[in-house]
Write a protein that binds this ligand. Structure first.
Ligand code: FES
Length: 145
């Protein structure tokens, strides 16, 4: 049987997680290439439809990485993002999908190690879950790389 390599989309805030990813790179801390980063100006701009679309288009897991609580440059974007992630988790549960396919994490720009560890841990979680149910039913399309 072919080894399952999940496709993961990470919506990363420009001010923290995206910079943390950069820091991981400059410190030569590796993280799985399964994770495709989408830079956003603030996680408050990530709507539930973006998370659902990523899953619909073939991602096996999606996470949102925002600033630490109290550090959002737009006041409470990361709090709004967490609420949206929770809402999508509920929708996935209603659909019979595993809610663990969606997650929210917080970090600062200096947390390159945390960025890499999060990418590693989330990839492992999704590997254990297996391919997205959308792929198994043929409803998922390939994520563009
Ligand atoms: Fe980073 Fe809002 S500016 S989450």
């Amino acid at each position: 049987m072919e080894k399952f390599e999940p496709e993961i989309v990470a919506f990363c805030c420009h001010y923290c997680a995206y910079t943390a990813a950069d820091m991981a790179g400059s410190k030569r801390i590796s993280y799985p290439s399964n994770v495709k980063i989408i830079r956003v100006p603030c996680t408050g701009k990530v709507d539930a439809i973006h998370l659902m679309k990523a899953l619909e288009k073939g991602a096996d897991g999606v996470y949102v990485a925002g600033c630490l609580e109290g550090d959002c440059h737009f006041k409470n974007g990361n709090i709004r993002a967490l609420a949206r992630v929770d809402r999508v988790k509920k929708v996935l549960t209603e659909l019979g999908w595993e809610p663990e396919r969606v997650a929210m994490v917080n970090m600062s720009a200096g947390m390159g190690e945390k960025f890499a560890r999060t990418a590693q841990e989330f990839t492992e979680t999704i590997k254990k879950l297996g391919p997205s149910p959308g792929k198994l039913t043929g409803n998922g399309n390939k994520v563009a790389s």
